[in-house]
Design a protein around this ligand. Sequence first.
Ligand SMILES: *Cc1c(COP(=O)(O)O)cnc(C)c1O
Length: 450
Amino acid sequence: MHRYDAGTEVLAEAVMSYSRDRMSYQHVPLDSPRTAAELRALVGETVTPEGMGGEKAMRLFGDVLAQACISTDHPRYLSFIPCAPTKASTLFDLVVSASSLYAGTWMEGSGAVYAENQALAWLAGLAGLPPQAGGVFVPGGTFGNLSALVAARHRARLSRAGRLPGRWAIAGTTNAHSSIVSACDVMDVDFVGVPVGPDGRLTGSLLRAALADSGHDGVFAVVATAGTTNLGIVDDLESVGAVCEELGLWFHVDGAYGLAGLAAPSVRHRFAGIERADSFVVDPHKWLFAPFDCCALVYRDPAQARAAHTQRAGYLEVLSQDDEWNPSDYAVGLTRRARGLPFWFSLATHGTQAYTDAVERTLTVARHAADRVRASDVLDLLHEPELSVVCFRRRGWTPDDYRAWSERLLADDVGFVVSTVHAGETVTRLAVVNPETSEADIDLILDSLV
Ligand SMILES: *Cc1c(COP(=O)(O)O)cnc(C)c1O
């Protein structure tokens, strides 16, 4: 079962040729979900004592299972946040798998960890953090936010020893991503909701007022969002960071989607104040052209995170002998895939200027979409786009109208655009993170709304 023999060679050919074909499509079909009953009828039971053989399993995957998964890299997949990995990063993902890398510790994975850390250093440098900043690639923003907030609470426990509050709390806006409230649940801490201003942004003065109003004595961290998922709104990081510094609160910036904009000169000013962050996250699988699943979690002072996350066990003692960089010490989790390597390989291959150009290209296309919406008689722009998300209303449409339109787009293999809810109203949005998405793609979608 493990030997590289003639059977494996046949399988390698099938897998490699499938992968090559999938990657070389000009436009991969969008595909669409099927019900479990449909899949059962088409595929049946696949896990059996004898096994069905790799060729048959590969065929079932290609002919049925893969086609029941929407292609997130299609240029007119504009829902949620799409995924648009570079060919270099996708190819290198195969190498990561082929190499059985263990990237939890320096001892086992120093080469992989060294390269991952260079990619993290690029991001930390874009944010203007000091040279000792560092962190780890985790599966997603949800894990990254949780891990950062666990580190924050650990610091608070130490600094407030002897005068611990009855309950700990995290402050964040009512616009914060659902993963923040979910982190509060996991950590069993309170969430202090801070209202945003009329422009949807959190500011230092709103934060200060909300903290005073709440009367909560256990707030240890503030989460600002650098690019909300729905509208792409960036909080005022400068003033929020200043208030955090003044009050001794951990300043975490959730930039899972938006912080990729650090690489783009045309929007870099929106992130002024990011250099004050104690920690931030950005997902290369969102707007930095890496395959799933990849979130960069970066700390200003990694020693504080290490104090919170290092696991102690007899069989691990050999690993904690000196100050080598063990990625597992910086987040929840022990065993880890070198999930930052596909991103690193692509960065090393193309250079950072190509990343700047690609992010700018998506911003140009998003501005085109906003212009078209503004010029339309039937569409209303709901927020001047700050990044590459464009959210708007189709005048006169009910939620059913949006649903019917969305289903038709997918059924016709035109695009994947779903509705969203903004201020209680069903509306729709386009999230442009794929440099292959063109102005013509946007026009095709918008023309279908009239
Ligand atoms: C996507 C997103 C998250 C969650 O990230 P995952 O990688 O999906 O876990 C958190 N915050 C923001 C602002 C996001 O856009």
